[in-house]
Design a protein around this ligand. Structure first.
Ligand code: NBP
Length: 472
């Protein structure tokens, strides 16, 4: 029997769809899953009548693959990934290649790349974005590790990936854990945009009194605009149009307001804090999920503060300012991307990843969750200036800020008056205002630090480090 071209470990949502994708692209495959019953049910279900066979154990799995072996691991990140690596390593031979396609923490990938490079087989840490549908039809993929390992699977990955204008949404990202770092930041941007759209929904519903169908119409308009056309706006329209099985209530109104998270948003924020890259919009979106999770305490507190009385009646009866909400959504979305891209630039220098920002924008244009037309402008910005420090410094983006800042400011102020939390809108406004302020009040913070702790300060009129015996 001829050996399979491609091996997949882990038949979860992503693994199942990725192996079907590989097979559809002409790569006969073999699958292994820890729980063998899942392998059987896959082979008898979606994997039926395909060039896909199963293996009961990893020895059999490895023996069924042609050499050099190309193996994609799609298991839960963390201990499961280490367990799979430990169990399969004894069977791998020179030239074989393991690709971790899970959402691994980038430092764990750094460690694994370093450990496994000592052995004779290759290891790539690859971010995959696109959910179940993207995995099947073509995801965006962010592989990192040694370049020669990438080159060994480049053809396979290019075939499996989404294409935009015939360009595959996959490229070599860089060494070590860079692929997983870029995927982590991708997810951080995604957290931001999801929360931004949720805040616009809250204002349209609670302040403007709009119905789900009316809000869905706004999403449709946004999805036809250059600034906001994106997969996330598209699916927000779909979500708002879905009616519950009772035949009348929009389904979203029946969904519990507690948002989950699996770690990538947190890792983005932790990396940003470590690297000194400001990501307030992304942080606000993460914190909004944390706030959402304390449902019972929020219910108790709402009754204590008689929330509805905080609403100012004169605004809620007349407010219907969609252009200003649009400004808030556009500038906050730009802030989320700008913060993510700046963090990538900083990490690129700090970790010697040598990231190509233009190409990263390119591979996010198709297949992935944050695909959007805005990425064309982001690409243009980095094409003009590969060393651009922040998108806010690019002329197209600065025009957006100049034109839309009054709208964003108005929305933040209305939300504050109405007692409606808009953490991403508010943080984005602060971010833009801080970024465009040459002199911030941290001179006073420095004075205090020197006063109580002799931490010293710099002066604006002469170089050096200074300490004052402050008069107390
Ligand atoms: P899950 O994250 O739910 O993982 C399920 C798979 O992990 C199953 O095959 C399970 O085997 C296997 N597994 C576990 Br759990 N522990 C194991 C262990 N100790 N040894 C071997 N196998 C083990 O599936 P998923 O949602 O398809 O995600 C797979 C990876 O892709 C994750 O890292 C995820 O973060 C990432 N990702 C997911 C998405 C998405 O939209 N879902 C998108 C992008 C990336 P079992 O059947 O025996 O329990």
């Amino acid at each position: 029997m001829s050996k399979a071209h491609f091996g997949l470990i882990g038949l979860g949502v992503m693994g199942e769809n990725l192996v079907l994708n590989a097979e559809n692209n002409g790569f006969s495959s073999v699958v292994y899953n820890r729980t063998y019953a899942k392998t059987i049910s896959f082979l008898e279900g979606r994997g039926r009548n395909k060039s896909i066979s199963g293996a009961k154990n990893l020895k059999e799995f490895v023996e069924k693959l042609e050499r050099p072996r190309r193996i994609l691991v799609m298991v839960k990140a963390g201990k499961a990934t280490d367990a799979v690596i430990d169990q399969i390593s004894p069977y791998l031979e020179e030239g074989d290649l393991l690709i971790d396609g899970g959402n691994s923490e980038f430092r764990e990938t750094e460690r694994r790349v370093a450990q496994l490079e000592e052995k004779s087989f290759g290891y790539l840490g690859m971010g995959v974005s696109g959910g179940a549908k993207g995995a099947l039809e073509g995801p965006s993929m962010m592989p990192g590790g040694t370049k020669s390992s990438y080159q060994a699977v480049e053809k396979l990955l290019c075939k499996m990936s989404a294409k935009v204008d015939d360009i595959p949404c996959v490229t070599y990202i860089g060494p070590g854990g860079s692929g997983h770092f870029v995927k982590t930041v991708h997810n951080g941007i995604e957290y931001g945009v999801e929360q931004i759209l949720a805040e616009s929904y809250d204002l349209m519903k609670r302040v403007a009194g709009m119905t789900s169908a009316q809000m869905a119409d706004v999403m449709k308009t946004w999805n036809n605009s250059e600034e906001l056309s994106s997969y996330l706006v598209e699916i927000t329209e779909l979500c708002l149009r879905e009616i519950d099985e009772d035949g009348e209530t929009p389904l979203v109104e029946k969904i519990m307001d507690k948002a989950g998270q699996k770690g990538t948003g947190l890792w983005t924020v932790m990396s940003a804090l470590e690297l000194g890259g400001p990501v307030p919009t992304i942080y606000a979106s993460l914190n909004a999920r944390v706030m959402s999770s304390i449902k019972e305490r929020r219910v108790k507190t709402e009754s204590l503060y008689a929330y509805s009385q905080v609403l100012s009646q004169n605004i809620s009866s007349s407010f219907n300012d969609i252009p200003s909400i649009t400004d808030a959504v556009v500038l906050s979305t730009i802030s989320s991307y700008a913060q993510g891209m700046e963090l990538l630039s900083i990490a690129s220098k700090e970790y010697n990843y040598d990231l190509n920002m233009y190409e990263i924008a390119q591979i996010w244009k198709g297949g992935c969750i944050i695909r959007s037309t805005l990425l064309n402008r982001i690409q243009d910005a980095y094409k003009k200036n590969p060393l651009l420090e922040n998108l806010l410094l690019d002329p197209w983006f600065s025009d957006q800020v100049k034109n839309r800042l009054p709208g964003l400011s108005k929305i933040v102020s209305i939300a504050a008056e109405q007692g409606i939390p808009t953490p991403c809108f508010t943080s984005s406004l602060d971010y833009i205002n801080s970024y465009r302020t040459a002199r911030l009040p941290q001179n006073l913070v420095q004075a205090m630090r020197d006063c109580f702790g002799s931490h010293t300060y710099e002066r604006i009129d002469k170089p050096g480090s200074f300490h004052t015996e402050w008069q107390i």
